[in-house]
Design a protein around this ligand. Sequence first.
Ligand code: GLY
Ligand code: MN
Length: 470
Amino acid sequence: MKNLIVLFLLLPTIIYSQDNTIELPKDTVPSNILYDNDLLPAEFFKKNREALRQLLPNNSVAIFFTNPIRNRSNDVDYEYHQDPNFYYLTGLTEPHAVILIFKEEQRFNNFTTDEIIFLQDKDLKNEMWTGKRLGVKGVLTLGIKKAMKNTDFLSFESDLKDFDKIFTYNIREDIINHADNGDLFGLIQSFHLKSQKLTNTDKEELAYMMAKLREVKKAEEILLMRKAITMTCDAQIELMKALKPSMTEYQSEAIVEYVFKKNGAEYPGFPSIMGGGENSCIIHYTSNRKKLKGNDLLVSDIGAEYHGYTADVTRTIPVDGHFSEEEKIIYKLVLKAQQAGIDSSKAGNKFWEPHNAATKIITEGLLELGIIEKSYHVQRYFMHGTSHYLGLDVHDAGLYGTLQPGNVITVEPGIYIPEGSECDPKWWNIGIRIEDDILITEIGPENLSAKAPRTIEAIEALMKEDSSFE
Ligand code: GLY
Ligand code: MN
């Protein structure tokens, strides 16, 4: 009896299953899968592979490699981030893997399959350093039909020359050898060995196929995007309440990233842009070291990443809580341009229509204010696009053709007038960008980031409220 109890206690508790046909002992499950209960289900990734198969021509195979681990310096690597296409097709967040997705079922010596992943297997000694791995058995819970160890890829029998097309994309040639033929370096070298004499490879088409799939978000993706965007709006709101002249750009950054993490974001989806005063005119400013002054404007361009999906919301905030007369004039112009952009974010419109609508308003406004003399001078002060797709990447994959329901795009016009510009100095150092995340629906645009105030009155009113960050 005593022995039976001991045996019972030693049996691992089986609690986890993404694909409910397979169950894994709790102590073998990677931590993200173990602790998060709103991850995308295996079915989502399976459907994505199926959708890709529909786009593949007959007798072809698509091959995807994971992102490399990048070294920061000496013993420290950058935090690992999966390649978005690999994630979209598998859900795997681990490095050192390759997946082959075949158009048709393939017959091998001992099995038939239309997909096979080669990945790092479980290794308890290594897992004590870098975390739990799914391994060859565990990866089947993500719904992938066949898995083998990454060290078996080199000797795997598939004859690539028999395919009409082998599609790859973005193979990295600048990565380090981790001294094991199953690491990413080894997988890529093995692929080159297998394909070096072949003329049936294609490195272009696959990126388009993936963009076609990824630009239309499914309901479960929109749910995660709503979470990422809501926590980003909450971060802008807390920043507006807390901001005051004694603060620095990095303290503003600390507040927004605190709100991200407090709400469960894994990390920011891109380095937070906190440009105050003259830095508001630097479009991708990220050093964030300046001490702010009362009459500075602060461009806060931020996005939380939640389960792979990132938000991207910009607000321009007066550090002392009040826009000056000149700032109000430029702010209203950018806001009017943004609203015109949002209004033309409609299914059936060309991707560039929101940009054209916003540019028209800004051009007319700057001419009227005497800030520019010729229409084409608008590029001096508004030098970027108004929109990009948003999703697993902040500048997400998409075809930039016609807008359709399920697209999520940003609408983010701006005006930046650095010191020394050819206009009245009263406009100098005004940099303003207003950015929202827009879902294209059958019945018009939905502003997913409407929660963060964007009118002058609403921002100034919110800035009067008490903050819990002191
Ligand atoms: N959030 C930065 C960008 O859209 O480029
Ligand atoms: Mn953006």
